[in-house]
Design a protein around this ligand. Sequence first.
Ligand code: SAH
Ligand code: ZN
Ligand code: ZN
Ligand code: ZN
Ligand code: ZN
Length: 518
Amino acid sequence: MATLGDRLGAGEAEGSASSPGSSGVEVVLSSDPATPAPRCPHGPTLLFVKVSQGKEDTRRFYACSACRDRKDCNFFQWEDEKLSGARLAAREAHNRRCQPPLSRMQCVQRYLKFIELPLSQRKFCQRCQQLLLPDDWEKHREHQVMGDISVTQLKRPSQLLSPLENKKTNAQYLFADRSCQFLIDLLSTLGFRRVLCVGTPRLHELIRLKASGDKKPNIKSLLLDIDFRYSQFYMEDSFCHYNMFNHHFFDGEAALEVCRTFLQEDKGEGVIMVTDPPFGGLVEPLAVTFKKLIAMWKEGQSQDNSHKELPIFWIFPYFFESRICQFFPSFHMLDYQVDYDNHALYKHGKTGRKQSPVRIFTNIPPNKIILPVEEGYRFCPLCQRYVSLENQHCEHCNSCTSKDGRKWNHCFLCKKCVKPSWIHCSICNHCALPGHSCEGPRDGCFICGELDHKRSTCPNISAATRVSNTLFFRAVRKQKQRKSNKMKMETTKGQAMNHTSVTRKKKRRERAHQYLCS
Ligand code: SAH
Ligand code: ZN
Ligand code: ZN
Ligand code: ZN
Ligand code: ZN
């Protein structure tokens, strides 16, 4: 499972593109359109800048957008580096070599052949994660092969394929049935007829299963995912091999057209995008990509609809709320806890620790979204939204303030609600865990605040962006700096701190506090 520090650098992360001792790496989004980014096998790379000792390095570099582990893609190029023709040619050859062995069309043809086979001849190689045609059997003779692949199995590739567990680049967390069913019912209740599934293979397949099982009008689904294995199970119009960190369609223009057509069908009416990106991913490039998909949808709108927004469900941990809302101010975070199948710790539960931190961010008005009462949600008439039972309405904040599903308490000194385990610290001037050290960084986990483990082994959530990570470290560094400043000051005893430095210090602390605690 990926950890917070997993994405490129952040000082402690191994396999990072940054040198040891650096403090972090941030993505640079406003790269000059006149100089297109060089390409790795995963499409255009992203421009990064190393931040050390709180200062940005002047030398920026390009690295893979999708892979957080150098083992998966070791692309590296300084921004100002000039490559020889020979090296460029070698890179292009390498990029070509890394593409999937079969074209999208070949996959479709293989699939059509496969479903024609009698049951006894339908085999799946578990080692290669591939459907086999009789011609392939010999090559996979010594591999573990499953036989009698039924139509039902073919319709549920997320159960047939083993979830990718590559910790850094692509850890796949599949929705638990209950959460997936909840999403499907919700989509149907809200009247959507098309769902663009970005990185949600299980949702995609369940929508299609439902669609073939009559009842209500069918919902169509198109899956965009970087996991090429899925191309074995779908025709061109229901799967595109896609990188959501750079909006790259691996099969070029034709695939892009599939997506465009899907979004613009019915003049763009009745479509929603649902995405569940890897949590280790960066929020910024994701936001840029989603804005491109939104623009694609908008192209198909008539002029008088120009104020409309493409409905979106972005599934992500709650502590990204401020980052996401910064890019999409119309988004709200729902209280619904999204559960996963293959993640023991993200399961629905009543007791604090075990609750999933993953939520749905959406631009659909929250009062239209009914959360299941039988799973412990209630409607708050004051907030006009469904919240979890434990999330009580605070009359001082005038809202249901809990973010993590536990009951939060209002602190009159902080003038806000805080986690139940916190108490107000008059030295720090804000709420914190009892037993925190008032000077210097807190000893406990940066993610959940508990004292019995560190960030890297947090059972609550094991991923977040590098950006927030960098902010963590920056906050920590500043705290350290402050501490050493303080020590310096103590040596020149009697010298009073001036007012501005005190307020600046306080502001900084509040900022750090916000990041550490929300
Ligand atoms: N909960 C979802 C799966 C989420 S796991 C479900 O059950 O349907 C994250 C998904 O994003 C995986 O399917 C993974 O293959 C995909 N993914 C990871 N990195 C990606 C990238 N760079 N571009 C597109 N998809 C990506
Ligand atoms: Zn790459
Ligand atoms: Zn309150
Ligand atoms: Zn307080
Ligand atoms: Zn923790």
